[in-house]
Design a protein around this ligand. Structure first.
Ligand code: ZN
Length: 310
């Protein structure tokens, strides 16, 4: 069994409009944009990263805003809900704030003893704010969300699957322990994790598969401390029969990817080197950062990317 995974590192989704995406995550949710770069495989598309002050692993929501793109359809074989943690007692504030911002899909509920507020993102993305202990995490306070209500990073994610068993076994292998069940939900938790450490599997045997598009999660990334541990995780997955990519340099972390039995694309990403490797903490996310191989084309790339505001 793998012992080096600490919870989530980041979640990457697809969007249509870049400017609308940026405004939602910074102005409405009060996250900090910690990096403005491009999709390394399609440099005419942004890769925008939102998180806490420094983009701590376990806090980072990232987007590829493709411009004109049809919306995805929710279903099975995908990350159904991306869940952020907020301090206990914060949901009333958020319900008022999101209502005032015209956010769709607002609904309060409870799961595993935690109060939740579900809501939709600009492209119909499914999110929830979950009241949770801070566990040493602090929100970004550079926006107008008061510190006592601010988003603390991810709580976890809910997978929607036709068959829960194989993905549950994989999570066990990755170090998650089955913690609780409630209806068709099974909760998995990492002991001693980074607080972004729950995965809930919702088993819906007869539901249709999701189709990917704007508002869909593209992949979900799990955190390991460093490159040595990542190589150990890669070997363990290969030895178990998973087809894992080589290690890929993403400038702010190192990444490996593999497809899971339920259809979700998993990544394992390193906590090193982090988002301050090419700009100082005070100015994170302001300038357009390009990987070295695209620097010679900066003028053309800047000409293709839409303006998104601060
Ligand atoms: Zn990723």
């Amino acid at each position: 069994m793998i012992k080096d995974i600490k919870g989530l590192h980041h979640v990457t989704s697809m969007a249509a409009d870049a400017s609308e995406n940026n405004a939602f995550f910074t102005n409405v949710l009060g996250l900090r944009r910690v990096k403005k770069t491009v999709n390394f495989d399609a440099p005419e598309v942004y890769h925008l990263y939102y998180g806490d002050e420094i983009g701590t692993p376990g806090s980072v929501m990232t987007y590829f805003p493709f411009g004109q793109m049809p919306s995805g359809r929710r279903g099975t074989g995908e990350v159904g809900i991306t869940e952020f943690a907020v301090p206990t007692g914060a949901l009333t504030y958020w319900q008022d704030r999101l209502t005032a911002a015209g956010v769709a899909g607002l609904e309060k509920s409870e799961a595993f003893g935690e109060a939740r507020l579900s809501f939709d993102g600009p492209d119909g993305d499914s999110f929830a704010l979950v009241e949770s202990d801070a566990r040493g995490r602090t929100p970004w306070t550079g926006g107008d969300v008061p510190e006592e209500y601010g988003i603390l990073g991810f709580r976890g994610a809910r997978f929607r699957l036709n068959d829960a068993a194989a993905t549950g076994e994989l999570l066990n292998f990755m170090g998650y322990q089955k913690a609780d069940t409630s209806g068709d939900l099974t909760r998995y938790v990492i002991e001693g994790g980074n607080a972004a450490d729950t995965i809930d599997i919702e088993a819906i045997p007869s539901a249709k598969s999701a189709t990917q598009g704007a508002g869909s999660v593209h992949h979900i990334a799990f955190a390991v401390e460093d490159r040595a541990r990542q190589l150990e995780v890669r070997k363990a997955l290969l030895d178990t029969g998973y087809q894992v990519t080589p290690v890929i340099d993403r400038d702010y972390f190192w990444a490996i990817y593999f497809r899971t039995p339920g259809g979700i694309l998993f990544e394992v990403a390193t906590n090193e080197p982090g988002f301050d490797r090419d700009e100082d903490t005070a100015h994170l996310g302001q300038a357009l950062k390009l990987p070295t191989r695209y620097e010679p084309y900066r003028n053309q790339i800047e000409g293709l990317l839409p303006a998104i505001g601060n």
